[in-house]
Unconditional design. Sequence first.
Length: 536
Amino acid sequence: MEAHMISGHDLARMLESGTARLADRYKDVDTLNVFPVPDGDTGTNMYMTMISAVREISKAADPASVGAVAEAAARGALMGARGNSGVILSQLLRGIAKGLNNMDRITGPILAQALNEGVRTAYKSVMKPVEGTILTVAREAAEEALKSAKKKSAVANVLEDACYKGEETLNRTPGMLPALREAGVVDAGGLGWLIILQGMFTGTAVERADQPAVPPMLLPAIEEKIFEAGAMLRYPYCTEVLVKGSGADGLKEALEDQGDSLLLVEDNGYIKIHLHSTHPGQVLETCLRYGPLISVKVENMTEQVSAQVAQKGNAEEKSGLGIVSVAFGDGIKRIMESLGANKVVTGGQTMNPSTGELLEAVETAGPGKVVILPNNRNIIMTANQVAGLTGKKVYVVETRSVPQGLAALMAVIPGREPEEIIQAMAKAARQVKTGEVTYAVRDTTINGREIRKNSIIGLLDDELAVSGNDAEQTVSELLDKMISEDDEVCTLYYGDMINNEKAGNLLETMKNKFPHIEFELHRGGQPLYYYLISVE
């Protein structure tokens, strides 16, 4: 690399070096989650976004051109962006590419200007920018690069000064955000960007054939788990009915003893029912007592030998909409499919899907208009990127949790205009209170409460609410805070670390404790979270 000017080949090596440095430290970034839950994924998301950027470099139109390499990296980052941190990182690279457009070779001052263009682009991508985050670290580092460029022309010198300033700014982030200060951590995204800049500065050559490999544990599952229930299912028929009528409470009571996984919603003269049963004919006869049947769908789940079977609900045919939903856990995925999701993308806690994965799902979810349900606050920004990458009309209903996503799916009523359906989905999601029970991965303090590593914690709508040493007791205490006199239904989704007996015992205990609440229990199969809870 020349002292004062770099080519496209040089920039490629710098980006590869930044990726390699992040490969060594992405787990350190993950541990900086403000909440000590086991799904810290900022470092993972940034690393996988950089992997996508580096891989795309090999497709650059002119690998000797700085502009062409930067454009390829930005394109790869956009398609591979995962989570909020990955999206912001992709926008930093997008802005840098704008600043280097059509340039063959550049000096330090030009790179400094491009870094600042990256910051401007990233700030624009965030609806309400917050200082003390990756944005602040990137901005102050870029501003320092401009100051350095007035005296120095070498790219390495400009980047070195930017790194020093970035580190200084990162160490000040706890003073900018009370949550960071209380948790005793610096901003995770800011550290991730600093690590990338430091790697770019070192410029360690990474052979193109030896690009950093994604750790096996980070790769999305290529194959779904085999649906093992088969003939052992107690209620093998997935029965979906739309009734034109009223009296949902009475119908629900009449159906409770006919199967499990009962989901029922009443809206504007229609009752939508989902039930796993042994005698679907009996279910239909019961429903007929409450009004004419508008649509009926029955599937034998024992014939499904894989989670990648034909979709259970064709929302495109019913409503003119395709639906893409994100889920993690085989039980939750099957429920979403049975409720009409055309495509269920694997992701959520610990593994946010990329922009490219969501785009692929949108393209295959049916013609016309498509709704994306992110079902995780960290996937919303990624979902919003998809609209500009497809010719379809894409709507994002900003569901922040799996229970909100399930409520949104239940709100889909056939025959309405797509925009009306989307409004109903958003309204249904907002009416859900979400509880999550998991464990702490480190000692910390949140809102004045001391949390010890491995203790059980309960979150209410993303806020720490309770902590203890037993998952079921934590659920009970969390429900004390969640349930009000106006609530009617509580649904528990138990994870892959909870057995059927323990979950069943919890259900009976909660029914006795909250007699005015209708409880439902489903196997979610989600990792890391003992229980997901929905209260409406």
